[in-house]
Design a protein around this ligand. Sequence first.
Ligand code: CAA
Length: 386
Amino acid sequence: MDFGFTEEQLMIRDVARRIAQEKIAPSAEHFDRTGEFPLENIRLLGENGLMGIEVPEAYGGAGMDPISYVLAMIEIAAGDCAHSTIVSVNNSLFCNGILKFGTEEQKQLYVRAIAEGREIGAFALTEPQSGSDATAMRCRAVKQADGRFVINGKKSWITSGPVAKYIVLFAMTDPDRGAKGITAFMIDTTKPGFFRGKTEPKLGIRASATCEIEFQDYVAEAHEVLGTEGEGFRIAMGVLDAGRIGIASQAVGLARAAYEAALAYVKERKSFGQAIGSFQMIQAKIADMKCRLDAAELLTLRAAWAKANAERNGGRYSTEASVAKLSASESAMFITHQALQIHGGMGYSKEMPLERYFRDAKITEIYEGTSEIQRLVIARNETGLR
Ligand code: CAA
């Protein structure tokens, strides 16, 4: 691993940092309170190459590497976690899969619009009855004699579902074949047979709109299949490996924002005649937060490095991605909790962002595979046992 960054990597990090600090962080409280979708900020991120960081320039992206993606995501999440969720889904879950498995026409049609930030993308795997056990999905796509598919079923917890133009959907085409009977489809939400449910009220990342979606006799053309028939589960899992690096980066950025707020506060807040940072109990918290933050950041960069290697030489980086996601999300929960505690009553107040950081952190332990699923993936890969 190279611990130095290239000029290009630092450049995209600085662009993300500037937008995050000038536009995103100042508006985060508003979007959290109202639950409005931050469309203008997302468009700005798109205009600056941040909605398709690893997308080649030929398809409207910035043409950067996985390390650049991590560096940019950390900055955006430090500005606001909800914004970074929208960025992560567009970059990792949407663009990645199409770039890897899509046809030239699919890349031109779907990736370009999303990478340029003109449209929003989504990823639909979870259902009301199946989350961690993704192969238990009920959404069906039935092949017709003319090669088209008729899709019926529901998907839930769809990030950016209320605003997405295009969705990568996973549906069962051959229920008898289990994981090998799942196929991925490119969905155009303006076509008949596609419906949206109500936007979910959530504990955190409230500006990232989430809803249930439903398909009623939605017709997908043969050329709207992503990859090949029956390849859907492998696509979903591969894409989630990339997605988990995005969530790890998000957790690092959020944790950094909470840590920096705590570090400033312990130097200025006085108690018993001295700065609270001079008390050993606070010092222990600062030291523990700093160790967890640095470890999470290094593991996330290692996962990005492993992804870049896998892209060059083949192979998987599932273990590195799950280690990074597990470590970073649990560290974000720990650090936001400690930062709130250090701020006392002010941390609990909506006048400061600490309570929002704390609420936002929780989702990083749940979506794109819960902490329990990350432990399962890591242990299976390490032991070779199931
Ligand atoms: N890459 C490529 N292929 C993979 C893979 C990967 N990372 N992981 C598994 N596969 C392949 C396996 O090799 C296997 O293929 P073979 O039979 O040919 O060997 C096939 O997929 C089935 O694998 P498993 O037997 O391991 O499958 P499983 O049913 O035991 O499930 C699991 C494994 C790890 C539990 C998986 O279901 C999982 O990750 N579940 C969590 C789902 C998840 O993360 N959901 C998040 C929803 S998306 C979201 O949150 C997005 C958002 O909006 C923010």
